[in-house]
Design a protein around this ligand. Structure first.
Ligand code: SAH
Length: 381
């Protein structure tokens, strides 16, 4: 008999080992839900009823599902809609137009989502992983590494939950209906490929199968996993692709986006142009402006040459501060010169607003930490 080495277990960590959550209606398409409901001994049409409550009416409380027999409501809701996200804290800024939600998952992992209201639309920024394995040195999420992939339903439920918040009128000055979803929260969406694609299918399927969002209003942001970008192009989905480029040259991008050591600037841009050609969608090129690191005029010119004539739009993101980062945002005149050079090269360019900075809810600030210091960082709305 072989004896196995003893592994000492930290008692605090016991029970908090990351694990996938229970199955939820949003993991399945409508026929999968019907099969599940039938297995539970209920008529198949109950799947549509529960789906309509969840996706159509944004209702998850069984008491309010009055078209279901009282005797089976609790059981059906328990089986199809187990609690996946427990709100730990919600922070607001911009007079309530930006809200960051911190969730605890069933295994204790923490993730965050951000709801952003504008006069003409409501956007949620959702997480695809707890943590992130891509290790970009300027991003807070990357610093702690990857905990685990989120399930399809854990991804979808962030959007459904915050769609409910928007529908309650909580985002003043914005329409009540969630219209846009960006995969720019924690994690690298294309590293959790099949669950993210399934989540997109739920978000765009019309109710009661899904949330009924427009494909064009969904943006998947990636560090540039080339095979996954190519696979996404073949999915018969026309979601917007955002590519986190951050440097036009391999020497610097190898450092800022370490996955560049595997897929170089030219390869990732080729994949992006093929994505644009297949889907007809303009690719968004994300570029965090980091003082004296990637903001030199010659880099703007090089970027302009790479992008000129392509179906691309540049989104410059003023670097958001993250704990322990040695970098600062570029000064405004430097940013303006960068924009000018790109536009002179014929490249459409905008500077992204820094929504949510005060609540660490802006790009790259999501770290799902500090859940015990809620009092000192209470909502400002
Ligand atoms: N993993 C994906 C999606 C998450 S981040 C990706 O990298 O694309 C969404 C965007 O915020 C990315 O473009 C990312 O590079 C950028 N970002 C990360 N940290 C940032 C920071 N500190 N300031 C500004 N943008 C940042």
């Amino acid at each position: 008999m072989t004896s196995l080495p003893l592994i000492s277990v930290d008692p605090d960590a016991r029970g908090r080992r990351p694990s996938m959550p229970p199955h939820h209606l949003a993991d399945l398409d409508l026929s999968g839900r019907q099969a599940l409901v039938t297995e539970l001994g209920e008529p198949a049409f109950r799947a549509k009823q529960v789906s309509n409550h969840y996706f159509g009416r944004l209702v998850r409380d069984p008491e309010r599902m009055t078209d279901l027999p009282a005797a089976t409501r609790e059981r059906l809701a328990g089986e199809l809609l187990p609690t996946l996200l427990t709100p730990v804290r919600e922070l607001a800024c911009d007079d309530g137009a930006t809200r960051k939600a911190l969730w605890r998952l069933h295994d204790g992992s923490l993730v965050e989502s951000v709801l952003m209201g504008y006069p003409d639309r409501v956007t949620v920024c959702i997480s695809s992983q707890a943590g992130c394995g891509m290790a970009c040195p300027f991003c807070a999420t990357g610093q702690a590494g990857l905990t685990r992939n989120l399930s399809t339903a854990e991804i979808v439920d962030q959007a459904v939950y915050l769609a409910g918040v928007a529908a309650s009128g909580a985002v003043s000055g914005s329409p009540p209906r969630l219209s846009h979803v960006v995969f720019m929260g924690m994690g690298e969406p294309l590293a959790n490929y099949s669950r993210v694609v399934a989540a997109i299918r739920r978000l765009v399927a019309p109710a009661p199968e899904g949330l009924g969002l427009s494909q064009r209003h969904i943006t998947v942001s990636t560090v540039g996993l080339v095979p996954a970008i190519r696979r996404l192009a073949s999915e018969d989905l026309s979601v917007t692709l955002a590519l986190s480029l951050h440097a036009p040259d391999d020497e610097l991008r190898d450092e800022l986006v370490p996955v560049n050591q595997r897929w170089k600037v030219s390869e990732v841009l080729d994949a992006a142009w093929d994505y644009a050609a297949t889907t007809g969608r303009r690719v968004s090129i994300e570029y965090a402006m980091i003082k004296d690191v990637n903001d030199q005029p010659w880099r703007a010119d090089l970027l302009g040459r790479l992008l000129a004539g392509k179906l691309a739009h540049v989104n410059l993101i003023p670097l958001n501060p993250t704990p322990g980062s040695r970098w600062d945002a570029s000064p405004k005149p430097v940013e303006r010169e960068f924009v000018r050079r790109l536009r002179d090269a014929g490249v459409s360019t905008t500077v992204r607003d820094t929504r949510g900075r005060e609540i660490d809810g802006a790009c790259g600030q999501l770290a799902a930490a500090g859940d015990t210091d809620g009092d000192s960082r209470a909502a400002t709305a």
